[in-house]
Write a protein that binds this ligand. Structure first.
Ligand code: MEV
Length: 435
């Protein structure tokens, strides 16, 4: 199909997507992503993660934990229309990112992505190096032999085209002032794996040789989550943005660059777009969080991981941070729903997944800043939260639409709603129905 026609079909599938009944929504997704009835059942939770499979993942399994999974809509990334699966409990995230992606699309904007490097880092620490210079000299002399040895520990990875590419030696004055640490960085291409298990095996496997070559005692052997040798990049450019919005978003970024208290929330908004994708694909979101936050602090002060510029009516945003994800290894391929999430995105490899996550994070951040710089966040959040309040107030399925409607009208009049208010309104509605 020609790309213009394909986009037309995609936009047709998205029409009223959040309003149509669940089955119709699934049917439209199935059409675009070529999902079969059994896969749709998995998305409904049937064998989404069988307990027998869960038993292999962790110890002491007592069940599985369901969480809503939705898709972010209206994304066109690097010229490809894509549904982005997100598993998340926060009410406003998918609504906000989809509305913002729609705004980008309808404004004639473009989202492009890329990556910088493909090397993860393993650390081998010598806590008290007696003679740094001579240790580094001895290690440098046998660098190639050590790398061969390292690669022999992970033959499968080498066969897939990955493996250890470099050893970097770092002398660090100890924080407690008692000497110098020597830290060896093992730089490794993990191909499509997140790579934690691989690199940990390599580091521990190299320990005896490092001790023999240096005559020093090795301490910790473990990967670093500050994966700055493997960064994901996303860029969005939107023409014809009004000055109030454009300047407001730039000013909001300035706030985050100036104040770490704001930068933390700014980056939380970015991660709102990333973590749900990691969860949906069975990735280690704690590792990514650690990587993003440490990268944000790399210059000594905690900074935003996105940047926004506004020139001649064009708003441009950029995201750059480590997103160490995998599409093989870990649980991704063993978890039926995670496997499906990759299929929905049409993702071929880890780099593709990281790039989609980077784009979603950037657009999520745009949505938050756009709201904050104009109407504020409460209106949109609380409108969506009304549904949660209605359920929490104890409304039965048939009472929900009416109560949500009432809550929305209270919200627009009084600018706030609460659980107490929801309960009061429910009582009134029930009394009126009884009369
Ligand atoms: C809420 O989950 C995320 C925001 O606080 C992000 C931000 O302030 O940029 C809205």
């Amino acid at each position: 199909m020609e790309s213009g026609m394909k986009t037309e079909m995609f936009e047709e599938l998205l029409r009223e997507f959040h309003r149509i009944p669940f089955d119709e929504r699934q049917a439209r997704l199935a059409r675009w992503c070529d999902l079969d009835p059994q896969e749709l059942q998995i998305l409904k939770g049937v064998n989404a993660l069988p307990v027998e499979t869960a038993e292999h993942f962790i110890e002491n399994v007592i069940g599985v934990f369901p969480i809503p999974m939705g898709v972010a809509t209206y994304f066109n990334i690097d010229g490809r229309d894509v549904f982005i699966p997100m598993a998340v409990e926060e009410t406003s995230i998918i609504a906000a990112v989809s509305a913002t992606a729609k705004w980008v699309r309808k404004s004639g904007g473009h989202i492009t992505t890329g990556s910088r490097g493909n090397l993860i880092i393993g650390q081998i620490q010598i806590p008290f190096a007696k003679d740094i210079e001579s240790s580094v000299q001895s290690l440098t002399a046998v660098r190639n032999r050590l790398m061969d040895e390292a690669n022999a520990i992970v033959p499968g990875l080498v066969a897939r085209g990955g493996g250890v590419r470099d050893l970097v030696f770092r002398a660090l004055p100890r924080e407690d002032g008692t000497g110098t640490m020597l830290v060896i960085h093992v730089m490794c291409d993990p191909c499509d794996a997140m790579g934690a298990n691989l690199i940990n095996q390599v580091c521990e496997g190299l320990k005896p040789s490092i001790e023999a070559v240096t005559g020093e005692k090795v301490g910790l052997c473990i990967l670093s989550n500050l994966t700055d040798g493997k960064l994901a990049y996303a860029r969005v450019e939107i023409p014809g943005v009004d000055a109030e919005t454009g300047k407001g978003i730039v000013e909001a970024t300035q706030f985050a660059k100036t104040d770490p208290y704001r930068a933390a929330t700014h980056n939380k908004g970015v991660l709102n777009g990333i973590d749900p994708i990691l969860i949906a694909t069975g990735n280690d979101w704690r590792a990514v969080e650690a990587g993003v936050h440490s990268f944000a602090s790399r210059n000594g002060s905690y900074q935003p991981v996105t940047d926004w510029k506004f020139e001649n009516g064009t708003l441009t945003g950029e995201f750059l941070a480590p997103l160490a994800v995998g599409t093989v290894g870990g649980v991704t391929m063993l978890h039926p729903t995670a496997r499906l999430a990759l299929k929905i995105m049409g993702v071929q490899n880890a780099e593709g997944l990281a790039r989609i996550a980077a784009a979603a994070g950037l657009v999520q951040n745009l949505g938050a800043l756009k709201a904050l710089a104009t109407v504020g966040i409460v209106k949109g959040h609380m409108r969506l939260h009304a549904a949660n309040l209605a359920i929490a107030a104890g409304a039965r399925e048939e009472e929900l639409p009416r109560l949500k409607e009432e809550l929305s009208s209270v919200l627009s009049k009084e600018k706030r709603i609460s659980l107490t208010r929801a309960k009061e309104i429910l009582e009134v509605l029930r009394a009126n129905t009884a009369n």
